[in-house]
Design a binder for this molecule. Structure first.
Ligand code: NA7
Length: 544
């Protein structure tokens, strides 16, 4: 069906989370008539859906926010170092209200397909309610963790008790598991947040762990007024520091020391200090050769294993919790708030499903080999079809008619994570091959850059902009080259390589060369007038 006349926009944005809201603000600033569409009934994206108990950021609040508006920054006060889900969702509602964004957002509507009409030079987007919306520019802002993954366990529909899935947590479920025997399946960042919280109220918790991970303490705390004063004073300098950091953190860009240069005692002291500080900084400010030298990585891994053994009193449980098949930092490190300590509670049990996997879900519980475990509640914290899944769930078809999913069957290919050749006037926020870094900071720069690209096309009198295929190939090569020196340590067994989804191409999904390098590249691209894009006017179709 053709869209109604009033269903045509200059730009349509899919997703009303951190990325989509920021993009709407940017496009409005350019005077573009913009519509945002989201499946949820409110703003928030990831922070709308993931309401499981214990859900909070692993990034510190003072940079887990927008930086474009000093007024917004002044008006909003975070209560904690690592804010809980509810507070982040509240922040995004605050921003939406303050900037009056809701009037351009259509909630409760899922975009199912998007097709580029070459002749008309527009995108047609079909929604689940049968509407067709058209737009010159289409910005996909689904983010890297919006397509939940539930393994296809046999019998999953036969369970008699309550089944909960962390990325689709019912809004009215509440926190209380009194009198319930609860299973938690999965020990990624989500499971690690769930376990200490659910075990406080449940009668019994059984954690099903396939791969043990290195969990670093988060050292969360309430923010004191004096800390806020200090942070406020540092704001501008803080955002500048994020631009120089490989992870977009407002901290020193490197440890400034190599593990190989230190003796055992010096390393141990550095590791103790780092553990005390906790957070991602334990990983990124330890030794600059931690991700390239397997020996140094093992020093750090041994240190964390010793910490686990010193915290967890039952030696058998402690050994099961010690990672033994991958290096530190090779998976996205979860931050824990009394995670290992939770296994010292009488009501918490750990079951390793590494050698013997979960074979089925039964009406009474979970079967592993010959053992059947009985439960009242099963919580699945089994992750996402990360990075690409949110984008390819929509049947996006470019100029040639091929879909994004087909195009990426052997691995994603983009230009700087924001564009793809054959998909004119299509941009992504947090697209594949983007920097492995603090996403709120990446979003801020991405939204500004997309705005600049669209403005540049318009100012040149053109209405079509498309990534050049050779530029896409060379970014692809840079992404592969960037991860290569770390592969001996890193392995490829996580969602960062597509490994968690059966049948998905095993290719690095993000750019590990450093946020600062990506930022320099995108700035060069815009300053030079977008030389790696072709531009044309639909009226005469002359390439510019
Ligand atoms: P993750 O990090 O992908 O973790 C998923 C967990 O579920 C992980 O422990 C998996 O084990 C486990 N899993 C997946 N399938 C199975 C089966 N079949 N049997 C047993 N266990 C299974 O997702 P999260 O939601 O925790 O975190 C995603 C990101 O969100 C995180 O990195 C942050 O960026 C925020 P595996 O490790 O694959 O052996």
């Amino acid at each position: 069906p053709e869209p109604e006349a009033d269903q045509h926009y200059d730009a349509v944005v899919v997703g009303a989370g951190f990325g989509g809201l920021r993009m709407l603000h940017e496009l409005r600033g350019l005077g573009l008539r913009t519509l945002v569409v989201d499946e949820a009934d409110d703003v928030g994206g990831t922070w709308h859906w993931n309401r499981y108990p214990g859900c909070r950021t692993d990034s510190e609040s003072w940079y887990y926010c927008y930086s474009f508006s000093p007024e917004l920054e002044k008006e909003w006060q975070w209560s904690e170092r690592f804010p809980a889900q509810g507070e982040v969702a509240e922040y995004l509602r605050f921003v939406a209200d303050r900037l009056d964004l809701r009037r351009d957002i259509r909630f409760g509507t899922r975009v199912e397909a998007a097709e580029f009409d070459d002749d008309a030079n527009l995108w047609r987007l079909r929604t689940d309610v049968g509407d067709v919306v058209s737009a010159t520019y289409y910005v996909a802002a689904q983010g890297i963790l919006s397509a939940p993954y539930l393994p296809n366990f046999p019998g999953i529909d036969t369970f008699d008790g309550e089944v909960l899935f962390t990325p689709r947590w019912p809004h009215d479920r509440g926190l209380d598991f009194a009198g319930k025997r609860v299973a938690i399946v999965g020990t990624g960042a989500t499971g690690v947040q769930l376990v200490p919280v659910v075990s406080r109220t449940a009668e019994a918790v059984t954690v099903f762990q396939r791969t043990a991970t290195y969990v670093v303490p988060s050292r969360n705390h309430v923010l004191e007024d004096v800390q806020r004063i200090e942070l406020d004073r540092d704001r501008d300098a803080m955002w500048k520091r994020t631009e120089l950091h490989p992870m977009a953190l407002p901290y020193p860009p490197s440890a400034g020391r190599l593990g190989v240069d230190l003796d055992d005692e010096e390393r141990r002291r550095a590791l103790e200090a780092g553990w005390e500080r906790g957070t991602f900084r334990f990983m990124f400010e330890m030794f600059d050769d931690m991700m390239t030298d397997p020996e140094i990585n093992k020093v750090v891994a041994d240190f964390v294993r010793d910490k686990i053994r010193s915290i967890v009193t039952d030696p058998e449980t402690a050994e099961l919790l010690c990672p033994d098949d991958h290096g530190v930092g090779s998976k996205r490190p979860p931050l824990g708030q009394h995670y290992y300590e939770a296994f010292n509670r009488d009501n918490v049990e750990l079951v390793s499903v590494k050698k013997t996997p979960i074979s089925e879900i039964t009406p009474r519980g979970i079967r592993v080999g010959d053992d059947e475990y009985e439960f009242d509640v099963i919580i699945f914290a089994t992750g996402f079809d990360a990075v690409t899944g949110g984008f390819t769930r929509v049947d996006v078809r470019g100029r040639s008619g091929a879909s994004l999913a087909e195009r990426w069957a052997d691995g994603p290919e983009t230009l700087l994570a924001m564009a793809v050749d054959d998909f004119p006037n299509f941009f992504m926020i947090l697209g594949p091959q983007g920097p492995y870094a603090i996403l709120t900071v990446v979003i801020e720069h991405t939204a500004q850059w997309i705005g600049q690209a669209i403005a540049a096309a318009r100012d040149a009198g053109t209405d079509r902009i498309e990534a050049r295929p050779d530029a896409v190939s060379s970014w692809n090569q840079e992404v592969l080259d960037a991860v290569a020196p770390t592969m001996a340590v890193r392995g490829s067994e996580s969602w960062l390589f597509g490994a968690n989804i059966p049948g998905k191409a095993r290719v690095v999904q993000q750019y590990f060369g450093g946020f600062h390098k990506w930022l320099a590249k995108i700035r060069d691209e815009s300053a030079a007038g977008f030389p790696h894009f072709s531009r044309s006017t639909s009226a005469d179709d002359t390439a510019a």
